[in-house]
Design a protein around this ligand. Structure first.
Ligand SMILES: Nc1ncnc2c1ncn2[C@@H]1O[C@H](COP(=O)(O)OP(=O)(O)OP(=O)(O)O)[C@@H](O)[C@H]1O
Ligand SMILES: [Mg+2]
Length: 452
């Protein structure tokens, strides 16, 4: 980690603490000064009960959100109208993970956003407490165990593994070796029927200038073993369909990952006359959701063949385009879905030659917003708006298929709000789901023991 990446360091005296020269230097009344590492600090953070072990924090401070299994104590805390995630962990590990997450955020990787590290904690009677790593709670995200507790569509485990494979490829392309790839260390957001994956636990990660094939394979092997264990736990708890073989399905991460890696990085050779293949390669990568910043092109000595190799690839092609056009910040597949609808709107309005931004603006105000606004207030906690939009379009498609003719969007909305949405759990919170209650056998035999 370069010195520029090191977080701003400030020593702050919390309202109840006396001044101190260093961490854990006791004051005349036995209290100590907290050390806070943060780029920006919400002053309300100082009012939290840092002198209590995280496990003992009063429930009125906590947000009831689904939480995955973990070795450390993790709590979600309501703060200034948002929710933060706090993990109690040794100070050096907290700082390391904080810096790692800062780096990954800086290079645009999908992971939780770090807010700071609080160290120098001690109880009122001077007992030393571990530090706390604070991250922003990732809204609309679900741990895989919470997803399985809801009763799922078939193949969910495969869709999660696919999302994890994309995340792993992205991380590897930036030179990040994860070291603890697992479903538990990943958060999932719905993405137009699929999922997109976010890294949540960077504790074991390392940043390198580039990864060797052996290092990438090592991460893959860790992924395969961890996923098999996690799926076995689900199977043991009756959360997995009998037809799913945990070991066989965990293997699929290898193929998915390797295919994607090849598509993104492989050198391709073709005849001079086949230059359209350059365009084709770019398009294929775009379809996978990746942008090419640079394409290295070389010819052989006689100039008869051309070789191309994408040099820097970056995911989020569709979501970036949609964001530029409409300001909507959504997941990749959702963005693709919305862009398809925008293109259909443009064609239907016969506005192919109009300014793209203007058409997008009109589509937003005439199509997207009326649809997402049609959701009654009491149902808005069910799913995030872009996913609702996607599901309404799906609903219209199914209704049209059944009816054998086009069904209007208004009819599809009414049917969706009346018959589909009320049956879904409140995803903004999924209250009451504590995945720690679900059985864990393979990985963390002592996960429910206090004090971990
Ligand atoms: N910012 C966040 N947003 C949403 N959920 C979070 C966040 N941070 C942590 N969590 C939840 O807490 C769980 C545990 O976090 P994490 O994996 O970092 O803990 P850990 O103790 O380091 O895990 P491990 O046992 O793998 O070492 C995650 O699986 C996730 O469900
Ligand atoms: Mg973890």
């Amino acid at each position: 980690m370069s010195p520029e990446d090191a977080a701003t360091f400030c020593r702050v005296r919390p309202p109840t603490a006396a001044v101190s020269r260093g961490p854990l230097a006791p004051c005349h009344d036995g209290r100590v000064a907290l050390e806070i590492t943060a780029a920006r600090l919400d002053p309300a953070m100082l009012d939290l009960p840092w002198s209590l072990p995280l496990e003992d924090w009063p429930t009125e401070l906590l947000a009831a959100l689904p939480r995955g299994i973990s070795r450390h104590v993790v709590r979600f805390v309501k703060l200034s109208g948002t929710v933060i995630a706090i993990k109690e962990i040794k100070a050096d590990l907290a700082t390391r993970e904080y810096n790692m997450l800062r780096f990954l955020n800086k290079v645009g990787q999908p992971c939780v956003v770090p807010l700071g590290v609080i160290s120098g904690r001690a109880t009122a009677d001077g007992q030393e407490l571990d530090a706390c790593l604070i991250t922003q709670h990732l809204q609309w995200s679900l741990p895989y165990r919470a997803l399985f507790s809801q009763g799922l569509r078939p193949n969910t485990e495969q869709r999660l593994i696919d999302a994890l494979a994309v995340l792993l490829v992205r991380l590897h392309l930036t030179g990040f070796w994860w070291g603890d790839v697992s479903l538990s260390n990943t958060l999932f957001r719905r993405d137009a029927g699929a999922f997109s994956a976010y890294l949540v636990d960077a504790e074991t990660g390392e940043i390198r200038n580039g990864l060797s094939d052996g290092q990438r394979e090592h991460d893959l092997d860790i992924a395969r073993v961890n996923i098999a264990g996690e799926l076995m736990d689900l199977a043991a708890g009756g959360f997995l369909a009998d037809s799913v073989d945990p070991v066989a399905i965990s293997q699929t991460i290898l193929d998915r990952y390797r295919c994607l890696w090849r598509e993104l990085t492989e050198r391709q050779r073709f005849e001079q006359g086949d230059r359209w293949r350059v365009e084709e390669r770019i398009r294929r990568l775009n379809d996978l959701g990746f942008d090419i910043d640079e394409l290295s092109i070389s010819t052989d000595i006689g100039g008869t063949t051309i070789q191309i190799q994408p040099k820097v690839v970056d995911a989020g092609h569709h979501s970036r385009r949609l964001f530029r056009l409409t300001g909507l910040d959504v997941e990749e597949n959702q963005a693709r879905r919305l862009l398809n609808d925008l293109d259909a709107y443009r064609a239907a309005q016969d506005r192919q030659n109009d300014n793209e931004e203007q058409v997008a603006h009109d589509w937003l105000s005439q199509v997207y917003e009326p649809i997402t606004r049609a959701i009654p207030r009491d149902l808005t906690r069910k799913l995030e708006p872009a996913e609702v939009f996607h599901e309404i379009l799906e609903n219209r498609w199914y209704m049209s298929e059944t009816a054998g003719h086009d069904v209007s969007i208004e009819a599809a909305i009414i049917d969706y709000v009346r018959n589909v949405l009320p049956g879904k759990p409140d995803e903004v919170t999924v209250l009451g789901v504590d995945t720690i209650e679900m059985p864990v056998i393979a990985m963390f035999p002592d996960v429910n023991q206090p004090g971990r």
